[in-house]
Design a protein. Sequence first.
Length: 266
Amino acid sequence: MKDKFRRGLIISLFASCALSGCREASDPVDIPRLTIAAAASLAPAASALRTGFAGIHPQGDAFILEPMDDRVVPAAFDGGGISAVFQWQEPPAEDWSALIGWTGICFAVHPGNPVENISAVQARAIYTGLIRQWEEAGGSSGEIHAMAYESESPWAALFEGVVLAESRLTAGAMIAPSPEAVPAAIAADPQSIGFMMLFQDAPGVRILTVDGASADYPGLLSGAYPFRIPIFLRAREPVAAEILSFAGWAQSVSGQAILMQLQSRE
């Protein structure tokens, strides 16, 4: 993955530099309209990056952002009509891609829960059913109510791969009807714990550190936070110059600053 990232970074940054002098601001050339499809879980990140890019780049208004259900994006891309995809799944080797950022899975508890940190081992044990009581995870007495998503959700497979290391989710987990319902359920249940993506809005809950690392962008970049997930921009060859330019900018300090601000929990 590191070699793929370096290759994507070099190509996209080169394209960004090359494009900067290829059009004068006064050129009457029509800017092509390109569609970037974003999984609903990553739509906030895609939107923020697109807005930042459009503010400084002459090709910035070329992109149409189309948020989609996480299960729909791959089929829509394969059906054509989409220029690039903003996704967390690693793209197939035959497609062009660039790793342009990171997100992650964080754990939230009720504000009244005294637990502030869990280990990665404890997180896996809670969600595989090996730990069932809060005193086993550094808390006070009481049964742990682990919130999860239904098995058909793309989040279920992602969670099992990233957090559970391919182990199966405990049958005792409480299934939330949607990712958006998880924060509200946790806020209403002092014994609960739930997981969500770092981009997700989570009012009324408290985010735990894992292995002492904060669930924030610096922790993701350094690798200190264990449950991190790469964000890819994927396209097919030949890749539109505007896509290459956007990828290079997203990987730059300016693009990364937007992702850092978006994932801040302060």
